[in-house]
Design a protein around this ligand. Sequence first.
Ligand code: SF4
Length: 211
Amino acid sequence: MDKKEQAEKVALLLQKEQPHPKTELTHLDEYQLAIAVMLSAQTTDKKVNQVTPALFAKYPDWEALASGDVTEVAGLIRQVNFHKGKAQRIIEAARTVLTSFNGALPHEMTQLTKLPGVARKSANVIMQELWGVAEGIVVDTHVSRVSARLGLTSQKDPKKIEEDLMSLLPKKYWRNFSGSTVLHGRYVCTARKPKCSECVLNEICPSAYKV
Ligand code: SF4
């Protein structure tokens, strides 16, 4: 089996395991999802979900957040890592949405990544979750780890990992692969003790029972 066949087999098995993967970030609309994704950098979704109810109660939309007080916002999200910088960036992002995009999230990668706090990974999550558009593959800590263990990449840089995965997988798999690999990494192929005996990939994974 060559690398492309291996990648496609992985994608199909994960698709079977997670036919409709969804983000675990709690949200009701585009605004809430975008802000939750921005807050989730280097923080667990669980922690983000603990702070967003109070944040969204106080700042329910882009307009409210754009005129928010950075110290107050930082206080509301203090349980997430780098909360001071994130408070600043989400306020700036809200101002950018209002001033540059007529108050609505732009639908294109190049424009989305102009928002403070939205790098390519976040833009991929937002586009896939909100509009079902996969312009790339989400590469977070879980996708990086699982892809390396499966032998699909030897790169460390997320951008290069994404390039490797995009070159191995036909586009039709990108959306499901992103979501299902995040969940697989979170619950099965975990960082410390991967559950290889329960893993749907254990017959084709070069790292099975070796980590
Ligand atoms: S077999 Fe083990 S190491 Fe390989 S993907 Fe599954 S859980 Fe991870």
